[in-house]
Design a protein around this ligand. Structure first.
Ligand SMILES: [Zn+2]
Length: 79
């Protein structure tokens, strides 16, 4: 009778292990929701003079609507 109990316990343990592995397998394909909702609110543009990336809302534009990171670079013009 003791062996039957041991076999039953081992069977339950194995069943739990396989059950957990199935749960992990099902969880893997799901993509974290942060990647989908994390959209940039503003467009990123590169300074026409130095190439610095900055939000379009912070960029200064010249007459040709080229983005610049600062007034000094707008005065210097595109490189
Ligand atoms: Zn610049």
């Amino acid at each position: 009778m003791k062996y039957l109990l041991v076999i039953a316990v081992v069977g339950v343990v194995l069943w739990l292990m396989f059950g957990r592995q199935r749960g992990r397998g099902q969880g893997k394909p799901s993509v974290p929701p942060k990647a989908d909702t994390r959209q940039l609110p503003v467009q990123i543009v590169a300074c026409a003079h130095c190439g610095l990336n900055l939000p379009q809302t912070d960029a200064l534009q010249d007459a040709a609507e080229r983005p610049f990171c600062s007034e000094a670079h707008r005065a210097a013009g595109p490189r």
